[in-house]
Design a binder for this molecule. Structure first.
Ligand code: CA
Length: 232
């Protein structure tokens, strides 16, 4: 599963432990340590799921949850609250404010990872499953194979990742920077136009003559899978 998790937790040691364990499980992880940072990180990192500590300096986690739910861009991001024992009332308030699930500290990492996976399967089936489909395109993450209609599409590893990212959110426009981040990773220096080169290769492999191009170029913004495309 290559989903991105935002960890909002002010306890550095716990934050590091979460990063390490989620990273080991194949998740991409971003961290923030307070409310303002978290709100910015949600916009910048566009996480697939947020792990939200309840007790943060200044404002409680429930406030972040409330703010996320108040905006259409962030309304659907699944949230798991991290709460301490004896905070039943807070937990109920958190769930009322739109948190999807909670785990009580101290928790085991395997329990947490299982909860993250379960919530992603429920809320983001296009990310969590082994197989993603969009119109007549099928991408199998386990075998790393792609088919369009009845034929196999042969993709290099970068084009495969690129298509995988686009298929996780059909219709959503990804900027070149966001694609660089998600496909090549944060720490790698790659020129921005490299994205265009690989989109070109991906199109060439996906589209036979006369076939509809499922990738939409959004002028000065980036790329998206074409929502209106039904595979006909
Ligand atoms: Ca805390």
């Amino acid at each position: 599963m290559c989903a991105k998790v935002l960890v909002v937790e002010d306890e550095k040691a716990l934050s590091q432990l979460l990063c390490y364990n989620l990273g080991k499980e194949g998740f991409e992880v971003a961290t923030s340590f307070d409310v303002e940072e978290a709100i910015l990180a949600v916009d910048e990192e566009q996480p697939d799921i947020v792990l939200l500590d309840w007790m943060l300096p200044g404002v409680s986690g429930v406030e972040i949850c409330r703010r996320l739910r108040a905006r259409s861009e962030t309304r659907d991001i699944p949230v798991i609250m991290l709460t301490a024992r004896g905070e039943e009332e807070d937990r109920i308030r958190g769930l009322e404010q739109g948190a999807d699930d909670y785990v009580t500290k101290p928790f085991s990492m395997s329990e947490l990872v299982a909860r993250v996976r379960a919530l992603l399967r429920r809320t983001r089936p296009t990310i969590a499953g082994d197989v993603a489909t969009f119109a007549d395109i099928v991408l199998d993450r386990e075998t790393c194979r792609v088919r369009r209609g009845a034929r196999d599409v042969h993709l290099g590893p970068t084009e495969f990742r690129l298509l995988d990212v686009l298929m996780q959110r059909p219709g959503r426009v990804f900027s070149r920077e966001q694609l660089l981040d998600r496909v090549w990773g944060h720490d790698v220096y790659v020129e921005i136009r490299t994205v265009d080169v690989h989109i070109g290769r991906l199109r060439k492999a996906l589209n036979r003559r006369g076939e509809h191009d499922p990738i939409r170029t959004v002028r000065s913004s980036g790329y998206a899978l074409d929502e209106t495309y039904s595979g006909q």
